[in-house]
Design a binder for this molecule. Structure first.
Ligand SMILES: Cc1ncc(COP(=O)(O)O)c(C=O)c1O
Length: 397
């Protein structure tokens, strides 16, 4: 027996890419260059390794599901510093749930906040942008909700148009996933936009889930966080959850460490569910994560490497293929006319693997897929490798 909800899942974009490109031979005489996955290739900071080593005697212990007090306090300290929050707005033991990477937590949270529909009742709705991070979709489906895709195209700075949302739809929503900075497009939502989204969440009683895992990789201005918007409106955290990760901030995807912050009762219930169904982070990982959240210097250095790559990309692409410098995150979102055709050409003619926008997106009711014209390029290699790869890519396009 298999849960029939699983039949609603779309394959991951990487499965779709494998089906497209694996049968095709890459161009010969050149090493394949992989620009698909958002896995930073910068070296993780030494302080992470040091903390793991210093705590290696703790691997034998079962870790607590809520992480350590040291980790929660490092996270609260970072949030307060990063977003200039009033002291005490984030209560380390009430508002924070450390998680073993945000991927699985973004998935699990939907079940915490979504009431399943009774027999013959309409399903609740979970709103998500398209293009989107594929985990949001699985989260909605497996929580028993109807995933409702909101097109996020260039006319609205690649965020869903909030004014277009019908009150009836919003009333049925249990959650709205927003990704800020946006993946794949690399734009940043304005404070006004975030305030409007929060106002809708409070008015229509749904949870605003803001995935801020790219918040520390930015070009010029630090992206506004949803907690700053909460601070502006008195500091209450109701209807809000934000997710942060060390995978991008500290180039530590393999550490599997992040956290969720927000409304106290939801955090408590989430941790309770995780007691049954979540894997807690090992104690050495908690210690390393605390050291990383306590340090901002390595983050500044990391950001400088990405800026170097944005400079390289700007020099190579100029105004071609709708190039713009990402405001946040590390992806280029290039308008190449036909993303699938370009991905095939780049692979077979230049041995470069990129992700077609189509695989990150779904078609609207008119059959228009907002991702169709685009390819996503992950600028995750060190700058010296990126220059060569992007030059070859631009020539092949
Ligand atoms: C938008 C977005 N959110 C969340 C994640 C998950 O990150 P992690 O599980 O490494 O914290 C990713 C990873 O690529 C991502 O792109």
């Amino acid at each position: 027996m298999i849960n029939s909800e699983l039949s609603h899942l779309r394959g991951s974009p990487f499965d779709a890419l494998r089906s497209l490109l694996d049968p095709l031979p890459p161009a010969q005489n050149t090493e394949p260059t992989i620009l698909t996955i958002g896995e930073p290739q910068h070296k993780p900071p030494q302080l992470m390794i040091d903390a793991l080593r210093a705590n290696e005697h703790l691997y034998g212990k079962y870790p607590p599901v809520g992480g350590t007090a040291e980790l929660r306090s490092a996270i609260a300290g970072w949030l307060t510093r990063r977003y200039a929050l009033p002291e005490g707005m984030i209560e380390a033991d009430q508002n924070i749930a450390p998680v073993n990477g945000t991927k699985e937590a973004l998935y699990m949270i939907a079940s915490v906040i979504t009431e399943r529909a009774g027999h013959n009742q309409p399903k609740p709705v979970i709103l998500l942008p398209t293009p989107y991070y594929h985990v949001y979709h699985a989260a909605a489906v497996m929580a028993g909700a109807d995933p409702t895709f909101l097109p996020a195209g260039p006319d609205t700075h690649f965020f869903p148009d909030l004014d277009a949302l019908e009150p009836n739809l919003l009333d049925r929503a249990s959650a709205f996933y927003l990704c800020n900075p946006s993946n794949p497009q690399g734009t940043v939502a304005s404070a006004e936009y975030l305030s409007a989204a929060l106002a809708l969440a409070r008015k229509h009683d749904f949870m605003l889930i803001v995935d801020e895992c790219y918040s520390e990789i930015y070009d010029k201005t630090p992206p506004t966080g949803i907690l700053e918007i909460c601070a502006m409106s008195g500091g209450a955290l109701d209807h809000v959850l934000a997710f942060h990760s060390l995978s991008k901030r500290s180039s530590a995807a393999g550490l599997r460490s992040g956290f969720c912050v927000g409304e106290r009762d939801i955090i408590k219930t989430f941790l309770n569910l995780r007691n049954f169904a979540g894997a807690a982070s090992p104690l050495p990982v908690c210690a390393a994560a605390a050291a990383l959240w306590n340090d901002d210097i390595h983050v500044t250095e990391n950001r400088a490497l990405y800026r170097e790559k944005f400079d390289i990309a700007e020099e190579i692409f100029g105004s071609k293929f709708g190039f713009y410098r990402p405001e946040g995150g590390f992806f280029l979102w290039l308008d190449v006319g036909d993303g699938v055709e370009s991905a095939v050409r780049l692979w077979t003619k230049a041995a470069i693997r990129v992700l077609p926008g189509k695989f990150l997106s779904v078609a609207d009711s008119d059959g228009v897929n907002p991702g169709d014209p685009y390819i996503r390029i992950a600028l995750v290699s060190p700058p010296e490798n990126s220059k060569e790869a992007l030059t070859r890519l631009a020539n092949s396009l």
